[in-house]
Design a protein around this ligand. Structure first.
Ligand SMILES: [Zn+2]
Length: 311
């Protein structure tokens, strides 16, 4: 099964790409937040556990390790699932408590949110949480205190920035690769992967783009990042993306429905191809390796032109 992929492997020696899963249920996504209130979550039949087990099987078949950025809300209700993720050798990290975007909070609410999520995940798993991913990549120029709070709470890394223009999120001026946002802390940020197409940054690190576009686009983008730029890619997806039978939210806006439901049936097959074709590992491993080369990279002046940062 694996042989055809391995025989044409495009892997670059020494490069391990970061593989991650944002663990939330189908009704907790940003696309539906205006039509499904947080107060309704407990009354909806959950599917996250079965979907995570599908993902664990897929990873086991490919013999890859990954990072599961998990909502505290989900960990609280599925402790056995958390234990199974940890027992399979994957990293457990935080995705905040209930998917509130960082730029909707002030610093003290953010501090509480990440403290609460982390303690739930650590209690369930029995292992220390050192990584954080902001819901909807919501650390940007509006949240200048976020990295400092993560550093003060002892996080080793964050993967919370999408350095690209997007209608829901994005910090297009941020560096494309690992950087240290604070001169006084070893905290490292691993932005989600972008590629350069026609001189512009394009999202290439997973999510809806991976589902909607042909697999060949992701193959091209990750090869560009690995081979031409000599850097690891950081890729993410969600458990609900491997669940074509999930309930349909008919009253959500058309755009949200297109974004959420397109390509679900093909997703597992594309993921299988992706995890077999490239070399993948946990995000804490990628952070550790990237920290060595990012010693002098501090957060750039947000007013600096994009081209200066990309150079
Ligand atoms: Zn999320």
């Amino acid at each position: 099964m694996n042989a055809p992929f391995k025989s044409s492997s495009p892997n670059i020696p020494g490069i391990v790409n970061g593989l991650s899963v944002d663990v939330e249920d189908w009704f907790q996504v940003g696309a539906f937040e205006d039509v499904i209130a947080r107060g309704e979550w407990d009354s909806i039949k959950t599917r996250v556990e079965d979907n995570v087990y599908r993902v664990l099987d897929l990873f086991a078949e490919a013999e890859v390790s990954a990072t599961f950025f998990t909502l505290g809300w989900v960990a609280q209700r599925h402790p056995e699932m958390i234990r199974r993720i940890a027992a399979a050798g994957h990293e457990l990290a935080s995705h905040g408590y209930d998917h509130a975007r960082v730029f909707t909070m002030d610093r003290s609410a953010f501090a509480q949110d990440i403290r609460k999520a982390r303690s739930i995940i650590e209690d369930c798993s029995g292992v220390a949480v050192t990584g954080y991913r902001a819901p909807s990549f919501s650390i940007d120029q509006r949240t200048p205190w976020a990295f400092a709070e993560l550093a003060e709470q002892g996080y080793a890394y964050s993967s919370s920035v999408a350095p690209v223009v997007h209608d829901h999120y994005g910090w297009p001026e941020a560096p494309r690769f690992a950087f240290k946002p604070l001169p006084w802390s070893p905290l490292i940020e691993l932005p989600v992967t972008t590629a350069i197409l026609g001189g512009r940054r394009v999202a290439a690190g997973g999510g809806g783009f991976f589902r909607v576009l042909p697999y060949g686009f992701s193959r091209w983008a990750i090869r560009q990042v690995n081979r031409d730029e000599g850097r690891p890619a950081c890729f993410y997806f969600h458990p609900w993306e491997v669940d074509p039978d999930q309930p349909r939210v008919g009253h959500a806006p058309l755009r949200s429905r297109l974004r959420h439901y397109t390509g679900l049936a093909r997703m597992a097959g594309k993921l299988r191809e992706l995890v077999h074709e490239f070399r993948w590992g946990r995000m804490d491993l990628v952070a550790h390796r990237e920290a060595q080369r990012a010693n002098d990279l501090f957060l750039p002046d947000p007013a600096a032109p994009c081209s200066a940062i990309m150079a």
